[in-house]
Write a protein that binds this ligand. Structure first.
Ligand code: NDP
Ligand code: MG
Length: 388
């Protein structure tokens, strides 16, 4: 494999730091070309001192001076601000961009990277939820590959080589069910954010951990799968699998099913996105069947967790509806994390915002930006009505 220069957008986050673990273990294969963070200047500086990238961007401009001064002796270029995050991906020397910023904030940089013909390792699922059609079209026009990092989508992607033109009949995205699996709406009325932040199988950033507890994460993943694998909503099913060992399943025209399995560890899908189509050796812990004598499956409870149904609704309505769903969810999760609304009220905010927003189709990028903005205003009003 030719050595790859990688730009890591969101290097200070859960995915970003695990990506750096993968790179640290394979310095002969990868170079860190760019590091981007939001406001965690201390960690960003530490990462830059270790990996010596060509350039570093800190989105929070108030931290610019601190990062600049720390990295001056190392001759590393330092930039700050949202525009720099978007523009840094244009650097000629970058071969692959890891899109691991959380939320809508990751859209502009990913789109710009695609426009500049950079291949994408995609963790930021919100990019495809907000503007899947636009992103897929741009990727196609620019011959850009989008390698999924999300474990379920990586699983599907790993099941496809060798299948040629064989069509996918259906996919099954597995879901752990999160910390509240088996609970009723009554049980969930007063759950705290500390309870919601305790994921049974995965250690992740706060936003996706709340999304996992509310099943919005699986909803976002259904939409993400639609665009990654060009599927109809009816071809995408969700099955709860609490052990998180089977990461997802593809069913082909003859009924045969292929699954990808392994211990829950994001380093594996990150590594595969970096090395595809090759697999390289690593020392990640191996799965032992006898530690998991029972792999179990359940139906997803969409009466308790309304978000999954809302995401399917948004997907079938299409146009800007998934963008509205995403914006409302980002506002709702933020409000829940700030103790402004209760756990179950997050779905209320999303539903009401979807109902009150204007449904539009055939949008360009500016149309999605506008939709995101107005949906956030409506969602914030919904939050203030509910305020506890
Ligand atoms: P984290 O919250 O841990 O990290 C988010 C990263 O994005 C941080 O580096 C943060 O910087 C940076 N960031 C946030 N806002 C901005 C901004 N406006 N401009 C520039 N950088 C910004 O999230 P995760 O790593 O958990 O998740 C990242 C993405 O990957 C999400 O879309 C998530 O859905 C997806 N994903 C994550 C998985 C996981 O296991 N964690 C699994 C599958 C998908 P700072 O630290 O300085 O604030
Ligand atoms: Mg996932």
């Amino acid at each position: 494999m030719q050595k790859k220069n990688i730009a890591i957008l969101g290097s200070t986050g859960s995915i970003g730091t695990q990506a750096l673990d993968v790179i640290r273990a394979n310095k002969d294969l990868f170079t860190v070309e760019v590091l981007v963070g939001n406001s965690n200047a201390d960690l960003l500086i530490k990462q830059a001192q270790e990996f010596l990238p060509n350039a570093v961007v800190i989105a929070d401009e108030t931290k610019y001076q601190q990062v600049k001064e720390a990295l001056q002796p190392l001759d590393i270029k330092v930039f700050a601000g949202e525009k720099s995050v978007e523009q840094i991906v244009e650097m000629e020397s970058i071969h692959l961009v890891l899109a691991a910023i959380v939320g809508y904030a990751g859209l502009a940089s990913t789109l710009n990277a695609i426009k500049h013909k950079k291949h994408i390792a995609l963790a930021n699922k919100e990019t495809l939820v907000v503007a899947g059609e636009l992103v897929s079209k741009l990727a196609q026009e620019n011959n850009v590959h989008i390698y999924p990092v999300d474990s379920e989508h990586s699983a599907i992607f790993q099941c496809l080589p060798g299948e040629g033109a064989n069509e996918i009949e259906k996919i099954f995205l597995t879901a752990s069910g999160g910390p509240f699996r088996g609970k009723t709406r009554k049980d969930l009325e007063n759950v705290t954010k500390a309870q919601a932040l305790k994921h049974p199988n995965w250690s992740m950033g706060a936003k996706i951990t709340i999304d996992s507890a509310s099943l919005m994460n699986k909803g976002l993943e259904v939409i993400e799968a639609k665009w990654l694998f060009d599927l109809k909503p009816q071809q995408i099913d969700v099955i709860v699998h609490p052990q998180s060992i089977i990461h997802s399943i593809v069913q082909f025209a003859d009924g045969s099913m292929k699954a990808q399995m392994g211990l829950p560890d994001m380093k594996l899908p990150i590594q595969y996105a970096f090395t595809f189509p090759l697999r390289i050796k690593n020392n990640f812990p191996r799965f032992n069947f006898l530690d998991y004598p029972n792999l179990t499956f359940e139906k997803a409870d969409t009466d308790t967790f309304l978000n999954l149904s809302l995401a399917y609704d948004a997907l079938s309505k299409g146009g800007n509806m998934p963008c509205i769903l995403n914006a409302a969810n980002e506002v709702a999760v933020d409000a829940f994390l700030k103790d402004k609304i209760k756990f179950l009220q997050m779905s209320e905010v999303v539903l009401n915002t979807m109902q009150k927003s204007k449904h539009q189709t055939n949008l360009n990028y500016e149309g999605f930006v506008e939709t995101d903005k107005s949906a956030r205003i409506i969602a914030a009003e919904e939050v203030s009505k509910l305020k506890i």
